[in-house]
Design a binder for this molecule. Structure first.
Ligand SMILES: Cc1cc2nc3c(=O)[nH]c(=O)nc-3n(C[C@H](O)[C@H](O)[C@H](O)COP(=O)(O)O)c2cc1C
Length: 343
């Protein structure tokens, strides 16, 4: 069975990639993820804030004159701890490269086109096989236009592109007015791969205590529908590779994402829920699905249900929505039992 695939210029033994999470930030779990069959790993992000905090600390230290009071040193901000910050991260990249044989993709997470971007070069020098960019930007300032947000993504990507020669993937927001057009613009700006999609943290409320809840909910299989739609539309229309991300729970979601044209399928929540060994379950499920249908290569199924491949490309557009609405029959609410069940 040939499961090989190419993603952001990297040849991978299969399409399963562990996306960024605390699990990929520890060497022990990285090795376990590799042992379970992952073809590549994305390290957790190095955040712009971590880089800027470190830069500020060093500027503070270097601005001290020789005649300063030694006691004054105790007032300086602390240097980065062993677990966080750019130095720790560069060390993580180096160690991850030594610990696993599969490609290691470092991740940078920031929102503005400033000095922190120079760290991209250091990540390359530390041995990262590729770089994933996560522009986690919430335009809560109402003066920000859609065009501003798009420009922000493009500026950051162009700066990183100019700084490194390794492949770059960008994790897209699903909230652009025209996702497909933005995908093409990012490709033009130098993205080798597009990750669909970034999963924005959405807070909830506790109405009893009148508090904003800050719990992090892992994803479920229902969440694949939005990325599935856009992967289907983009497949065969971009030079950039396509990664499916969000909602993978079992092999079924992996298969669906490949059918619409993903080059790789990423998962975080399923590994956090079930442990690194779950990667092997996903891989076995994918193999079983292909074998049951006598496919001998992933190439034979990838994209066969993309918009370009379907005889009815309208299936992914407005026309299908109209058809569905016209065919929809509301539940029968005439009996009291049914009524309360529907509520
Ligand atoms: C605990 C946790 C930590 C995460 N950390 C990062 C991160 O550092 N950088 C990043 O780009 N995404 C991060 N993510 C997002 C995941 O990489 C992924 O995009 C998201 O969980 C959706 O995929 P899933 O449905 O397979 O979980 C994190 C997700 C979780 C649950």
């Amino acid at each position: 069975m040939d499961l090989t695939t190419r993603y952001m210029g990297l040849d991978l033994k299969n399409p399963l990639v562990a996306s960024a999470s605390p699990l990929t930030g520890e060497l022990d779990s990285l090795k376990r993820i590799e042992d379970a069959g992952a073809a590549a790993v994305v390290l957790p992000s190095l955040f712009q804030e971590e880089i800027e905090a470190e830069t500020a600390r060093y500027e503070h230290l270097t601005s001290v004159h020789d005649d300063s009071w030694p006691e004054g040193l105790s007032n300086f901000p602390k240097l980065p701890d062993a677990k966080h910050g750019p130095h720790h991260y560069l060390e993580l990249v180096r160690r991850a490269r030594q610990a696993v044989g599969v490609p290691v993709i470092a991740s940078l997470n920031g929102i503005s086109n400033e000095g922190w971007i120079s760290y991209a070069r250091q990540l390359q020098e530390a041995g990262a096989n590729g770089l994933e960019l996560n522009v986690y930007f919430i335009p809560a300032d109402l003066a920000t236009t859609g065009r501003d947000v798009e420009q922000r993504y493009l500026d950051i990507l162009r700066s990183v592109r100019a700084a490194v020669s390794i492949p770059i993937a960008i994790k897209l927001s699903p909230y652009f007015s025209s996702v497909g057009n933005m995908a093409l613009a990012l490709q033009e700006a130098g993205a080798d791969a597009l990750v669909l999609f970034n999963r924005f943290y959405q807070p909830d409320l506790d109405p009893t205590r009148l508090q904003v809840l800050t719990d992090l909910k892992l994803s479920g299989p229902d969440e694949i529908r939005l990325p599935l739609l856009w992967l289907a539309v983009l497949s065969g229309r971009t030079k950039a590779s396509l990664a499916a991300s969000t909602g993978v729970t079992g092999a079924e979601e992996v298969v669906k994402y490949l059918l619409v044209g993903a080059d790789v399928v990423m998962t975080t929540s399923s590994l956090l829920r079930k442990g690194p060994a779950h990667m092997a379950t996903l891989l076995a499920g994918l193999r079983a699905w292909l074998e049951a249908r006598e496919f001998t290569s992933l190439q034979h199924v990838r994209g066969i249900m993309s918009q370009r491949s379907l005889r009815d490309p309208q299936a992914y557009e407005r026309a299908n929505y109209l058809k569905i609405l016209q065919g929809y029959r509301p539940p029968d609410l005439s009996t009291p039992g049914r009524r309360s069940a529907a509520v």
